[in-house]
Design a protein around this ligand. Structure first.
Ligand SMILES: [Ca+2]
Ligand SMILES: [Ca+2]
Ligand SMILES: [Ca+2]
Length: 255
């Protein structure tokens, strides 16, 4: 039998209380993804174009902390928490980002918001800077209640090839949490691609604070990036080329 520790935030203190929740097995975690159903005629052309682009640009996992679940959940309640990460080698145009959360007694009114911050804020020493400017914001979205018996679920975000710095902070904040509701972030350790310090960022609305506990706090997450900025641009060029070809043929027939 495994146990699951839950870390409860207690403002103004660096130490956290832990609470044991009994848990039996850990089946595979489900994923919630947005599936695209592109137009059939276009999809063939786009697939060909994307294949051509894929041959030019490399897509790879530039951050991964998704291999070893620690059995621990960070429960931020209604505060915003962030994990500062350093990316591994690879492209710097973000394709997809995933993180894993935990939900208990959710009622359906819960929300989640993911944000990426440059660490270009106030210096705290030791080459550490507060999160400041936002370069990706999912805005407030509905948080699905996990259906997996583990209580855990993964959210995936399309990053639209946003430019990524080598080092930044991704933050998560939940809403609609009241009564017996619990929403938290699944902690994994260690990252297998890229790295993160053992601490994490905490914001109760009055500013950022770097927090550490007795255990490494690294959010379960992964990031896929490519070295090609916008494949859609290439796709449009190629589609444009095909249209031009058709036009030339038509003109030839007309003459
Ligand atoms: Ca509830
Ligand atoms: Ca609720
Ligand atoms: Ca960390």
């Amino acid at each position: 039998m495994n146990s699951q520790d839950e870390i409860y935030e207690s403002p103004k203190t660096k130490k956290s209380l832990t609470l044991r929740i009994s848990e039996t097995t850990m089946p595979p975690v489900q994923e919630t993804q947005i599936q695209m159903q592109p137009n059939k005629t276009l999809s063939t052309i786009v697939a060909l174009s994307l294949a051509a682009v894929a041959a030019q640009g490399a897509t790879s996992i530039v951050y991964s902390n998704a291999t070893s679940y620690t059995g621990t959940i960070l429960n931020p309640e209604l505060n915003q928490v962030g994990d500062e990460i350093i990316l591994g080698a690879g492209g710097r145009f973000g394709q997809t980002f995933r993180f894993e959360y935990y939900g208990l007694n959710l009622d359906g009114d819960e929300t989640v918001r993911l944000r990426f911050y440059n660490n270009d804020g106030a210096p705290l020493g030791n080459n550490t800077f507060e999160p400041n400017s936002v370069f990706f914001d999912s805005l407030v979205q509905t948080l699905p209640a996990p259906t997996d018996p583990s209580g855990r679920n993964t959210l995936q975000y399309d990053l639209n090839f946003v430019g990524l710095p080598d080092r930044f902070t991704f933050s998560v904040s939940f809403g609609g949490i009241s009564g017996n509701d619990v929403a938290g972030i699944a902690l994994y350790q260690p990252p297998t691609v890229g790295m993160s310090e053992n601490d994490y960022w905490f914001n109760d609305g009055t500013g950022w604070e770097l927090r550490g506990t007795n255990v490494p706090i690294n959010f379960g997450a992964s990031l896929v990036a490519t070295s090609v900025p916008e494949p859609s641009t290439y796709a449009l060029v190629i589609i444009g080329g095909l249209c031009g070809l058709a036009l030339v043929n038509r003109r030839r027939r007309a003459s």
